[in-house]
Design a protein around this ligand. Sequence first.
Ligand code: GTP
Ligand code: MG
Length: 517
Amino acid sequence: MPRPPSVRSIHSWWSDLHAATKPLIGVLYYLQARSFIGENTGRPLSTATIDTFLSYLAYKYSSLATKRMVLRHLSERAVSEEEAWGLVESNLFQSDVLDELMDSPDENMRQIAQWFITRLTSHEPLRLQILIMYPKRCRNIVKILLLGLRGSGKSTILNQMKLLTKGFDEHERAKYRMSIYKNVLDCAGMLARAVRRVGLGALPEDMQVHAMVLLVAFPAPDGDDEKSNSETETESVESASEISVLHSGEAAIGPFTRRRNHESGEYHLGISTAADVLPQTHAMLTPTLADAIWHISRVPAVGRVVDEHPADFYLMDSVEYFFSSIHRIAHPAYVPNEQDILHARVESTTMTHTSIPLGDLSIYVFDVGVEREKWIHHFEGITSIIFCAALSDYDQVSAEDSRVNRMRESLGLFDSIVNSPWFWRTSVILLLNKIDVFRKKLSRIPLERYFPEYTGGSDLNRAAKFILWRFLQENRARLSVYPHLTQATNDTKSLRLIFAAVKETILQNALKDSRIL
Ligand SMILES: Nc1nc2c(ncn2[C@@H]2O[C@H](COP(=O)(O)OP(=O)(O)OP(=O)(O)O)[C@@H](O)[C@H]2O)c(=O)[nH]1
Ligand SMILES: [Mg+2]
């Protein structure tokens, strides 16, 4: 007896057999498929073999028993990651046959088909591919997209979600060490600029030696217009033994590459990719430098100059946290803890995700990083989006265009998302983040300076309500918006309630979407 016709030639002469012989053909195909499975057990799963299995699954004269047997066999094969890859890349996975089996009127068949998908998605790299390319195949997985401007707190939120479930092992925490050094040294460089602006002579006497250490480690760039002590400048450049000039505008400091921005005159540190750079960092962040950072960051005159000129001295939101932990970080055996990870500033460049179990369902939260345009269309029609906006952005300027206010840029992004035809059925969880920084800023920097229509003064509730109102104004598509005020760096326990509410919203939306509610 010939094998079932291939899916492409399904209307061959064989498919025109008389209907009267159908049950007999069903039995014969069952026996044939069983012996085919026997012949192939223990052999690698080739494309041709998968195509033959596909023909049993697609052929209208194959019985349900045959299809169940074949798919059960393929599910067992999918335990191996290599065979699972072969299956996902095969005609079987890409044809409609699998969808038909998943929607079969036979409950047993549906379960086996779901089991097949579960097996395939148990392999992490495959799961991502299936979730993105074939979202409908993953009916027990809810996809959530995390969006927001750079630095609004998306990765911090994702890390908090990870802490609520599996946490970070020592190996994962150690990976943050270099980024944290970079964060600390970037901020220390700014501190040195602030010292130059204040002037050595204006500092208390017992602080001058610490200031000198800082100025030696972070010498003024050529042509820096800071008011500075020129004697110290010359000395500092000459005695900065760790710094070897590579070429104009670029220097190596321990493991970091220091590149000068010719417009602002500032130095930015880039991490060297060499594998042996970590030990060198300890040489850079010496106990003496750590001590100097600790002391100088507490000098009121330095703090004042930073506060009064926020546009000249960009300090990351976690600066206070890292400076107050500087001795722990500078210790040679330093391994970041979970709080350090939440405070670290690591710009996301690729898509990352984390999963949260929810009964029989899994919530997959995706942070698409800088590749938003590349990925976003794969998320068309998803049930929920989490949008992060940093409340404290109200006095900041856009990284791309210094004439654009960052809060307005965030409102613009929100507008383009909520009114996009891709998301017309999506609901939005709006996280108004960095409430702690916002609280501190409000009394010093009036919100009305940037949003003249605001009249509520420095009252935190009024100000937050006003910003929420501005976001809701953009929602012309009238999507359901669920707002929360957050501090993403807060301890995980205090975020638990917010995450419980977020989970509930996601679940309700997923159920509504699947028409269970
Ligand atoms: N003080 C404070 N800092 C926060 C808060 N949320 C995030 N941060 C810090 O802000 C910085 C940026 O946060 P990320 O989570 O990296 O921002 P992101 O949106 O992932 O940024 P990109 O990956 O560049 O798009 C990090 O240093 C965080 O620790 C908050 O609520 N309060
Ligand atoms: Mg990020």
